[in-house]
Design a protein around this ligand. Structure first.
Ligand code: AMP
Ligand code: MG
Length: 327
């Protein structure tokens, strides 16, 4: 992994956090917009910078699993098991809120989302800072998450006090959020840790939300959305739909699945999707940004099979294609 953040950058970033400032930090999933989790005023600055309603809860990032008890009021055995297996990694656990966590960070909820990110610069920052860092993705509310430091600059500019550059994100989609406050762990948002991996460790099936439903507080039907409108069609309709929309006067961008790699495409721009789901997830947000930059006003895509990382990719595509707020 390319890490461009130096140790002096880490020190500077930790100082910004201590002063109540905002630091964009690399993680293996996407770039986060971080603040001192225990500083309500700093936490509120995150919502302002993102234009995100303050009722939307944030994730508290910590340096190691052994700090979990500092942030959660109660850690059930399943949570310990999952933390042991998947941390550092793209798994967020929702637990009962510990006293250290201000209600500003949880959107007023009595639960808190916690994760140990798997990125050397993020871990170095968390260790240097010493406390927890609340961080949602470092983009304007509802937009595509940033997977490079340059994306963060483009999204937030001067609204962030310091950007720690840790190279492009390896996983590329957000963490899997698992609620461990109920009788059985349940997935609230699919992400970088697959349902199959969770089930293998827990030894029982894990429920996933229906992809169109909105179960996680603070999640919107339209989210992760580029400027271009996203239209989802069946794989065998991609070429015809792209051609039809292009003829209708749209600037069409196509997410071309590997099995159609050699097909003639009538469109303004084409992203040739990689074979592997890991590469697709890693590239997903960059592909959407690229089609925006090429001036597309419509993106035609199909959903991957909802297995492994395909579940998270399909979830993000559905929400990118979701109804947008009018105006
Ligand atoms: P983001 O990092 O921008 O994807 O935002 C953090 C995600 O974590 C959002 O989807 C929140 O809804 C979710 N989240 C944070 N805290 C909680 C919580 N206590 N319960 C359920 N979901 C949460
Ligand atoms: Mg986000």
């Amino acid at each position: 992994m390319r890490v461009t953040a130096t140790s002096s950058d880490i020190e500077k970033a930790a100082a910004v956090l201590r002063d109540g400032g905002l630091v964009a930090l690399p993680t293996e999933t996407v770039y986060g917009l971080g603040a001192n989790a225990e500083d309500p005023a700093a936490v509120m600055r995150i919502f302002e910078a993102k234009g995100r309603p303050p009722s939307h809860p944030l994730i508290v990032h910590i340096a190691a699993a052994d700090q979990l008890d500092d942030w959660a009021a109660e850690v059930p055995p399943a949570a310990r098991l999952l933390a042991e297996h998947f941390w550092p990694g793209p798994l967020t656990l929702v637990l009962r809120r510990g006293n250290r966590v201000p209600l500003e960070a949880t959107g007023g909820l009595e639960t808190v989302a916690v994760r140990v990110p798997d990125h050397p610069a993020a871990l170095a920052l968390l260790s240097a800072f010493g406390g927890g860092v609340t961080a949602p993705s470092a983009n304007r509310f509802g937009q595509v998450s940033p997977t490079t430091a340059a994306d963060v600059q483009g999204e937030l500019g001067d609204a962030v006090d310091f950007v720690l550059d840790g190279g492009p994100c390896e996983v590329g989609v957000e963490s899997t959020i698992v609620d461990v406050t109920g009788e059985r762990p349940a997935i609230l948002r699919p992400g970088g840790v697959t349902r199959e991996d969770l089930e293998a460790v827990l030894g029982h099936p894990v429920a996933v939300p229906s992809c169109s439903g909105v179960r996680v507080p603070g999640q919107h039907p339209s989210h992760y959305a580029p400027r271009a409108r996203v239209v989802l069609v069946a794989p065998d309709e991609i070429l015809a739909e792209a051609e039809r929309a292009q003829e209708d006067g749209h600037q069409v961008g196509v997410f071309l699945p590997p099995h159609l790699a050699d097909a003639p495409v009538k469109a303004h721009a084409v992203v040739a999707l990689p074979e592997s789901l890991a590469a697709y997830a890693r590239g997903l947000y960059g592909f959407l940004r690229e089609l925006d930059e090429q001036g597309c006003d419509l993106v035609v895509a199909c959903l991957p099979a909802e297995e492994g990382l395909g579940l998270a990719i399909a979830n993000r595509l559905r929400r990118a294609a979701g109804p947008r707020p009018s105006a």
